[in-house]
Design a protein around this ligand. Structure first.
Ligand SMILES: Nc1ncnc2c1ncn2[C@@H]1O[C@H](COP(=O)(O)OP(=O)(O)O)[C@@H](O)[C@H]1O
Ligand SMILES: [Mg+2]
Length: 248
């Protein structure tokens, strides 16, 4: 693994989790999805969270995004204990600090690109003229200026994911949490989405990318491997995608 000085993160710690566990209780059975994860992520890092299916990646992402609460352990977001945040503070983190991108896009099927991207601005209480202006701008930024009145089923997979990325960006979050964002895309379209994430990273955003694909993780500057709910390795540096693929 190549380590370049320019790749070393220097920003303040934004995500600080210590010994996080997550149990899912299903009747008699308990699934121990996370079994003690400790992780610090600094501002403007580009980190890939890798691991086989079922290793706890999505569970960890849901914790990081304050979409779910851990069974035990400590989580500080921007220096503040998440367990002590009230509903308004949690909503503010989820709506303003973090932009979520999912494998299945999670767009409203009957709504146009514009309406889908406007949605977080409605929650943020922005009035309609400002909303439309801002959503139109962000859609243009992701290369969809000519698709604002299309509905999801009138768009290609890559275009749908770009709408989802525009929606994630519309409130100007500093952190992008992307769970398998290229999982439903062909490899060329996937690379287009990765170029978009690279651009966001170069503009100062923090990118947290969940993937089980090496060539997708190779875009990140740091790679954390999960296995059976624990961190198996945590390495800084750009992963040489082609070599590691050829070696495996
Ligand atoms: N809502 C849930 N209820 C019960 N078990 C779950 C739930 N979500 C995930 N799991 C289990 O937790 C483990 C980790 O799942 P997940 O975080 O989705 O893994 P990954 O994203 O790496 O595929 C798996 O064994 C999965 O079956
Ligand atoms: Mg998953």
């Amino acid at each position: 693994m190549e380590i370049r000085n320019s790749d070393r993160p220097r920003g303040p710690v934004v995500i600080d989790i210590e010994n996080i566990t997550k149990d899912y209780v299903m009747g008699e059975e308990v699934v121990r999805a996370l079994r003690g994860v400790t992780l610090q992520i600094r501002r403007n890092e580009y980190i890939a969270i890798m691991g086989p299916s079922g290793s706890g990646k999505s569970t960890l992402m849901n914790m990081l995004g304050c979409l779910d609460t851990p069974t035990s352990g400590r989580y500080e977001f921007n220096g503040k204990n998440v367990a002590e945040m009230d509903d308004d503070e949690l909503a503010a983190v989820r709506n303003r600090e973090i932009g979520f991108v999912f494998q299945t896009f999670n767009l409203l099927p009957r709504a146009t690109s514009l309406r889908n991207v406007e949605l977080p601005l409605i929650y943020a209480g922005i009035e309609s003229e400002r909303r439309e202006e801002r959503a139109t701008q962000v859609l243009a930024d992701v290369g969809l200026g000519d698709r604002i009145h299309h509905k999801p089923n009138e768009l290609s997979g890559g275009q749908r994911q770009r709408v989802a990325i525009a929606r994630a960006l519309v409130n100007n979050p500093s952190i992008i949490l992307a769970d398998e964002p290229t999982g439903n895309l062909d490899s060329r379209t996937g690379q287009e989405i990765m170029a978009l994430l690279e651009d966001l990273y170069s503009r100062g955003n923090t990118i947290i990318l969940v993937t089980h694909e090496r060539d997708i993780a190779a875009h990140a500057r740091r790679t954390v491997h999960l296995r059976d709910g624990i961190i198996e390795s945590d390495e800084v540096g750009v992963m040489p995608a082609m070599e590691s693929m050829a070696a495996s």
